[in-house]
Design a protein around this ligand. Structure first.
Ligand code: CS2
Length: 477
């Protein structure tokens, strides 16, 4: 079977919606760091629609920071790939033309640097996951002890972290043209781009302090809230896509029909017609972030740890189990919704119902183990605001599920603090000490927080119940 590329698109069946503009005339206007499935099904789709609607030189050059796997998927296909969306409304196939090529930062540094210095490239977007920001314990300043940051500060021109790569590129841009720039984080962190800006400033202070005042004047960091469920594509996805397309597409992604992008309206440059493509431009992003992180992502993480402990493979498997669905409904209504700072007039119960329907989507095969990754980063963003705002008794049960995964299971742990978590798992200390250390990995200092001192015995009891095989009973009460 042939592979999808600029030479084979005419073989695609008529069921595939085509981008419909002349991509050979497109110049690069956007650099995207972290070209995973999420970017391909979200920002790249908005940009593709925006180009089709309103034109503009908004070709996207992607950059992978370390691995060359995405470059190997996309470059032989001339950057082309298809998005398949699946839900109760049916299936849609779409060919995306906006992505031009993928550079591997560690292998094509000169080209990446030239691009960052080029005034024609005026927007940088990022999806590098929560841990990619190398933030310190306060969640805002740079973790200057982080091994990648230390390595990058020792040799800034050969940086490997997103912060180091960006800082070097910003410095070159400042020296070369000092052209303005818009930098947008598209990761699931509250005030994502503001945190990015803060970490970058810390890094620049230590590496290229001369460009800091230019950064203040000429570069903006609009925060953004992104939403679309995009599971990591498994081999089955590619097989099915090949069957549907009659061509192999190694970079295909499967997602849901739903998609949302809310961006702070603070651009230093022109940007694609994302608003025309359906993005909402707002003055204050915080209510939208609170809603998304505090309800969608918070319940997603609860689903992930419950699913792991109860041998469920996917999110849809968890919500198809009536007592678990009932627990999730109560969790949302009692613990999560009251802690939100949602946009005024927003119908929260309806949003919660829609979320459960999205989670139930059988076409997504969204694995609990994928969402369970990077818990120590995700839980801070998703659960701590609610846990700290109220008693959060149902959410405490979800926290006990995560603690049990670490302390009392032999499930694989994929987390930036993996070594610490494994050491806590292996430790022969008593449960109180181990739980206290575990909460410390989330930035909770139990000895200094009366609320958490009170909660510790409760959490310990929940963990004991789970260990005794009574998780379902615990969720029912
Ligand atoms: C998920 C998110 O993997 C995860 O942690 O909770 O990727 C989620 O699917 C997206 O934020 C939905 O917009």
């Amino acid at each position: 079977m042939h592979r999808l590329s600029a030479n084979t698109t005419d073989q695609l069946p008529a069921t595939v919606e085509h981008f419909g503009y002349d991509r050979t005339r497109l110049r690069h206007g956007i650099l995207h760091l972290g070209v995973g499935a999420f970017h391909r099904a979200h920002q790249a789709v908005y940009t593709d629609t925006a180009i089709a609607l309103s034109g503009g030189d908004w070709g996207i050059v992607g950059a992978s920071l370390r691995s060359d796997s995405v470059a190997r998927q996309l470059n032989p296909q001339d950057g082309l790939y298809t998005v398949r969306s699946e839900d109760a409304n049916g299936q849609q196939l779409r060919l995306i033309g906006a992505l031009q090529q993928v550079l591997v930062a560690s292998q094509e540094r000169d080209r990446l640097n030239a691009l960052m210095a080029d005034p024609a490239m005026r927007v940088i977007t990022l999806t590098v996951t929560e841990k990619g920001y190398c933030l310190g314990a306060d969640g805002w300043s740079l973790d200057s002890e982080h091994p990648d940051i230390q390595r990058d500060l020792d040799n800034p021109a050969a940086a490997v972290s997103a912060i180091g790569v960006l800082a070097h590129g910003l410095h070159l841009r400042y020296c070369h043209s000092a052209a303005p720039l818009t930098v947008i984080s598209c990761d699931n962190l509250s005030e994502n781009s503001a945190r990015l800006a803060a970490a970058l400033r810390d890094y620049l202070q230590l590496s290229y302090p001369e460009c800091l005042s230019w950064l203040t004047e000429a570069v903006t960091f609009p925060c953004s809230m992104v939403d679309r469920i995009v599971p990591a594509p498994g081999a089955g996805v590619l097989e099915e896509q090949a069957r549907l397309l009659g061509l192999r597409d190694e970079a295909a992604v499967v997602t849901e029909g739903f998609s949302q992008w809310i961006i702070e309206n603070r651009f230093a440059t022109d940007v694609p017609d994302w608003a025309g493509a359906g993005a909402l431009l707002v003055g204050d992003i915080r209510p939208y972030e609170s809603l998304k992180l505090g309800l969608l992502n918070a319940s997603h993480s609860a689903i992930a740890y419950l699913g792991l402990l109860l041998d469920k493979t996917s999110v849809a498997d968890v919500v198809a189990d009536p007592p678990l669905r009932d627990y999730l409904q109560r969790l949302m209504a009692r613990d999560l919704i009251p802690a939100l700072r949602a946009p005024a007039g927003f119908d929260l119960p309806d949003y919660a119902d829609q979320l459960l329907q999205r989670f139930a989507n059988p076409g997504l095969h969204h694995r609990c183990s994928q969402i369970a990754m990077d818990a120590t980063e995700k839980i801070r963003q998703r659960w701590l605001p609610a846990l700290e705002a109220r008693s959060g008794d149902l959410l405490l049960r979800a926290l006990a599920a995560w603690c049990s995964v670490v302390l009392h299971s032999d499930l694989e742990i994929d987390d930036p603090r993996r070594d610490t978590l494994l050491a806590i798992r292996a430790s022969t200390d008593g449960d109180t000490t181990r739980l206290t250390r575990l909460l410390g990995t989330l930035g909770i200092a139990v000895s200094e927080a009366p609320l958490w001192r009170e909660r510790l015995p409760v959490l310990q009891r929940y963990c004991a119940d789970i260990r005794a095989g009574k998780l379902r009973e615990l969720l029912a009460t």
